[in-house]
Design a protein around this ligand. Structure first.
Ligand SMILES: [Mg+2]
Length: 275
C-alpha cells in the first residue's frame, strides 16, 4: 500500500479564503480600496448610483475593499441604509482605522489578519485610559471601538502637546478633521493593515488603487500604492500631497473623483460602457 501523499502546503490566499463566507474574484483586474465617508459615500447622488452600479457589474473583476474608521456595527447599518442607492457589501472590510479586518458579506472578523493587531493592543487600553481621562477636551465616542479608543475633540479645550504623554506608552494618536482622536496600537493604521491584507491576497501592487479624503487616509497613501485623493479632501491631507509619490489629486468629489483616478491609473477599459 502506498503511503498517503504529504499534504500540499496551502498558499496564503487559500488560507485567507477559508475564513471567508464569500468568494473573491480569482484574478482581479483591479483591487479597489475605498474609504467611506467623504469618498465612496460622497459625490452627487447620480454619480454615486452609477458608481455603485458599476461595482455590482464588475464584481468578478474588481475586488472591492472598504478601508474606514467606522466600526463593523456602523458599516452594517450603513449597508442597510444605502440599499436604495444600490451600494452592496464589498468583498473585504478594513474597519476601526486599520484595527479590524472582516469578511465583506458576513462582517465577521478574519482571525488570521486580526490576531497580530490584537497582540499589539493587549493591555494598552488599561495603561492609557487613566491618563486620557485627565486630558481636557476629550470625550469618548459612542462607538463599539475594538483594539483602539475613539474620542471626540473639543479643539478649544484640547492641548495637543498632552498627547505626547499618551504616545509614550507605546500607542499611536491619530487626529482627523480636527474632530476625532483615535488611540491605536503602535504602527497600526489604514496603511499597515492594507499592506498586510494585500500580502494575504497575493496581489501585485500595480493592480491596486486606493481612494480617500481625510488625514486618517494619509497612511494608506504613504504605502506608495496608486492612490486617488478626491476633490473634497480635507486641507490637512492636501498639504501632504507633494510628498505622496503615487497619489493623483482628482478634481471631482467622492465617486466622481474615484472614476477620474481610475482613468488616470490606466483602468479606463474597466469603466467602458458605464461612464
Ligand atoms: Mg473619509
Amino acid at each position: 500500500m502506498r503511503p498517503d501523499p504529504s499534504p500540499v502546503p496551502k498558499g496564503r490566499r487559500q488560507r485567507l479564503e477559508q475564513d471567508l463566507s464569500t468568494c473573491l474574484p480569482r484574478h482581479p483586474a483591479l483591487v479597489l480600496v475605498t474609504d467611506l465617508d467623504g469618498t465612496l459615500l460622497s459625490g452627487s447622488p447620480q454619480w454615486r448610483r452609477r458608481f455603485y452600479r458599476w461595482l455590482r457589474a464588475q464584481r468578478e473583476h474588481v475586488l472591492h475593499v472598504f478601508n474606514t474608521g467606522r466600526d463593523l456595527a456602523s458599516i452594517a447599518r450603513l449597508l442597510r441604509e444605502e440599499t436604495a442607492m444600490g451600494l452592496e457589501a464589498p468583498h473585504l472590510v478594513i474597519s476601526d482605522v486599520g484595527c479590524t479586518v472582516a469578511c465583506g458579506a458576513s462582517l465577521t472578523p478574519i482571525p488570521l489578519v486580526v490576531e497580530p493587531i490584537e497582540r499589539r493592543w493587549r493591555g494598552q487600553a488599561e495603561r492609557v485610559l487613566p491618563l486620557l481621562r485627565t486630558i481636557p477636551g476629550l470625550s469618548p465616542q459612542p462607538v463599539s471601538a475594538v483594539r483602539r479608543l475613539a474620542y471626540l475633540i473639543d479643539p478649544d479645550l484640547l492641548d495637543r502637546s498632552r498627547l505626547h504623554a499618551v504616545t509614550a506608552h507605546g500607542v499611536d494618536c491619530l487626529v482627523s478633521g480636527d474632530k476625532y482622536l483615535d488611540v491605536l496600537p503602535a504602527g497600526v493604521n489604514k496603511g499597515s493593515t492594507l499592506t498586510a491584507l494585500l500580502d494575504w491576497l497575493e496581489v501585485t501592487p500595480d493592480t491596486v488603487v486606493t481612494a480617500g479624503d481625510s488625514l486618517n487616509d494619509l497612511a494608506m497613501f504613504e504605502t506608495g500604492l496608486p492612490g486617488v485623493m478626491v476633490g473634497n479632501a480635507e486641507p490637512a491631507l492636501v498639504e501632504a500631497l507633494p510628498l505622496l509619490r503615487r497619489v493623483y489629486r482628482a478634481k471631482a468629489h467622492g465617486c466622481g473623483g474615484i472614476v477620474e483616478g481610475l482613468r488616470h491609473f490606466g483602468h479606463g477599459a474597466l469603466l467602458a460602457g458605464h461612464f
